[in-house]
Design a protein around this ligand. Structure first.
Ligand code: DSN
Length: 421
């Protein structure tokens, strides 16, 4: 690369990733093939519209790329329509709102403090300013409280219920959620961004055929490039101009919300990389990968519990752990900094009913998708838990953190990144 400054920074980031342990649960390591597709000439091409209906000439190749991505997404998730053009999760959620609601309509989503996402109705996000947002909380035990959700939905009568989280360590009961949405005649949007890889890997129940719309990013447990899928069932051939807001018209409503509603030209390099990732996720070894993510998370959870860490809900069913550090007399920010200094990347996070602010919350969130991509298994989690504990305990001891950093670097370097294999 001629741009030495950027080349150096890319190398520096590669070194940071390969010499450390990436434990932010929404991150992963994409394969060499995904990165190759992302860095291809497909980035040069404009193709506003959809395959066969473009506003530009020269789309015969990118049409095939997008069709492949759509077909693989439909097959993998078991739906009959997939839009693969969302630039990322937030714009894709915005498209779902735009497709199904009018400004001012009521939406019910999980509060950010309780593990929700900004686009699920945060007051300073489009979802909380353009729409009338009411928010639900988890129960005191950190689990979703389906009875309370039903009560709140009956009282609030939302037009859409959004389910999905960035820090929820348990399984969703999609059927119960469907029942709540049906009771008030609301759309049900399943935002499975965090768990999509677990869903296609068969270790988390799928909302396909239950939720009206499924949105997922493609770069978390699914291990693709940054991007998003919007999935639904319905009649994909409804004429564009006549789409009423019915279930049958969902494919047209979603496609029309993406373009011309919100976006311009699709990112064809990103679409190609999504297609590659979906191809990888449909291989038998992806099921093994997904199961290992969960086994690793469970092992890490039990090791940290044994060391006196207080896990929200007491453990995990998926890829992530949410730890309330109050009993350790350390804040999430202090723990994030200490772990970072030792080479373990996590992020500070609020915990349910957190009395502290988001920039200095009571907890940390950590997960196993990236470590599992590098080949770590349950036995390694014993060592990782030990390092996490030592780093947090010795957070004010620079020398000790440096010593841990050396051990972690040596260990991490023996598990190459997937793109280096
Ligand atoms: N920002 C993502 C996360 O870290 O969970 C959610 O979009």
């Amino acid at each position: 690369m001629k741009d030495k400054k950027i080349a150096e920074l890319i190398l520096a980031e590669r070194k940071r990733q390969s010499e450390g342990l990436e434990m932010i649960p929404s991150e992963n390591h994409a394969s060499k093939d995904v990165l190759t597709a992302l860095g291809s000439v497909l980035t040069d091409k404009y193709s506003e519209g959809y395959p066969g209906m473009r506003y530009y000439g020269g789309c015969e190749v990118v049409d095939q790329v997008e069709n492949l991505a759509r077909d693989r997404a439909k097959k993998l998730f078991g739906v009959n329509h997939a839009n693969v053009q969302g630039y990322s999760g937030s714009p894709a959620n915005q498209a779902v709102y735009y497709a199904l609601l009018n400004p001012g309509d009521k939406v019910m989503g999980l509060k950010l403090y309780f593990g929700g996402h900004m686009t699920h109705g945060l007051k300073v996000n489009f979802s909380g300013t353009i729409y009338d947002s009411v928010q639900y909380e988890t129960g005191k035990d950190g689990y979703l409280d389906y009875d309370a959700m039903m009560k709140q939905a009956k009282f609030e009568q939302p037009k859409m219920i959004v389910v999905g989280a960035t820090a929820y360590p348990r399984i969703y009961d999609w059927k119960k959620l469907r029942k709540i949405a049906d009771e008030v005649n609301a759309w049900l949007l399943a935002d499975i961004s965090h768990i999509a890889g677990l869903v296609v890997g068969g270790v988390h129940p799928s909302p396909a055929g239950i939720a009206d719309v499924i949105m997922t990013t493609t770069h978390k447990t699914l291990r693709g490039p940054r991007g998003a899928l919007i999935l639904c069932n319905g009649n994909p051939s409804t004429p564009l101009k006549k789409a009423e807001r019915t279930k049958e018209n969902l494919p047209t409503l979603i496609d029309r919300a993406i373009i011309p509603g919100l976006q311009g030209g699709p990112h064809n390099h990103q679409t190609a990389a999504i297609a590659v990732a979906l191809g990888e996720a449909s291989q038998p070894d992806f099921k093994t990968y997904a199961a290992q993510i969960v086994r690793n998370a469970k092992k890490l959870a039990s090791e940290l519990s044994d060391r006196g860490y207080n896990l929200v809900t007491g453990g995990t069913d998926n890829h992530l752990l949410l730890i309330d550090l109050t009993n350790k007399k350390v804040t999430g920010k202090e723990a994030e900094d200490a772990l970072g200094n030792a080479g373990i990347t996590v992020n500070k996070n609020t915990v349910p009913f957190d009395p502290r602010p988001p920039f200095s919350p009571s907890g940390i969130r950590l997960g196993t998708p990236a470590l599992t991509s590098r080949g770590l298994k349950e036995d390694h989690m014993v060592q990782v838990a030990q390092w996490i504990d030592e780093a947090i305990t010795n957070r004010n001891n620079t020398e000790k953190l440096g010593e841990l950093g050396k051990q972690i670097k040596k260990f991490a370097s023996s598990f190459p990144l997937p793109s280096d294999r």
